[in-house]
Design a protein around this ligand. Structure first.
Ligand SMILES: [Zn+2]
Length: 270
């Protein structure tokens, strides 16, 4: 039960991935378009571009929440890297900006970006901050960007070769494609909520207190007015998270030591 990721990457696939790095003639047994590295390379510049924009207006780096961010992120990384063979190898990093138009985001390679303006508005407790960061990290662990890109590729004409960057260009101009992707993208958000809640619980953040972040979101939910909604209604997210509370409470009560004891051996040194 220590590993919270189920389905996409099973223990067997973890072994195969490990074997691939050792030079074996195998590959990740998942039906996703493009490799993890291709998606990582196409998106890697996003965090640095955001940091550059923040730097130009003297809004790069933390000012008010540095200690909290360091402590929460370190505890979450210790949990996140044990979720799969691939998450063990991700270069987890946290970039803090102070931009009003940025909330929190993650990139496939494990780069997390968060704005202190967002923390001030919506994540003032450690539990809320842990939930937000763990949700973003869950997107990286579960390869949601690669999944969404693959789904988008399936909706477009087959015989046109497309790179990951071609897909982002298509998404910039094709609102119909974005609308068609909505169910898959929203499902990814629900998965990130669930894994985020569980990982933050293992990391020592009380699950009931984490849920207050979404409860507050539900009070001010305005997503219904948008043409394309990347996130499900907050009330739907809240109901799903409530259903996972008993599991999250057990993980929280058992603590990180118990979870680590049940992790499979073989992911390498921590
Ligand atoms: Zn998300």
């Amino acid at each position: 039960m220590g590993r919270l990721v189920r389905g996409v990457l099973c223990w067997l696939s973890a072994l195969l991935v490990g074997a691939a790095h050792a030079g074996a003639l195998t590959y990740e047994p998942v039906a996703l378009g493009w490799s993890h590295d291709e998606v990582d390379q196409a998106t890697r510049g996003t965090a640095s571009a955001l940091a550059q924009r923040a730097e130009q207006t003297q809004r790069l780096g933390c000012q008010r929440h540095c200690d909290r961010l360091d402590a929460v992120f370190a505890r979450l990384v210790a949990v996140a890297r044990w979720q799969s063979a691939r998450s063990m190898g991700l270069r987890w990093s946290l970039t803090v900006v102070r931009l009003d138009d940025v909330e929190a985001m993650s990139l496939p390679g494990g780069q997390i970006v968060i704005s202190e303006a967002f923390i001030d508005r919506r994540a003032q407790t450690d539990e809320a901050l842990a939930f937000v960061l763990a949700h973003e990290m869950a997107h990286s662990v579960l390869e949601h960007e690669r999944q969404a890109l693959t789904f988008a590729r399936m909706l477009l004409p087959r015989h046109v070769p497309r790179t990951v960057r071609d897909m982002y260009t298509e998404m910039d101009y094709n609102i119909g494609l974005l609308k068609a992707m909505e169910p898959v993208v929203q499902q990814g958000e629900l998965e990130a909520d669930e894994l985020g809640l569980l990982m933050a619980s293992v990391a020592g953040y009380a699950p009931d207190a984490q849920l207050r972040f979404i409860e507050r979101e539900a009070e001010f939910d305005t997503l219904a007015a948008r043409l394309v909604s990347t996130h499900p209604p907050a009330q739907v997210r809240l109901e799903q998270l409530k259903a996972r509370l008993p599991w999250a409470r057990r993980l929280f009560d058992d603590g990180p030591a118990a979870a680590e004891a049940s992790w499979p051996q073989g992911f390498g040194a921590r």
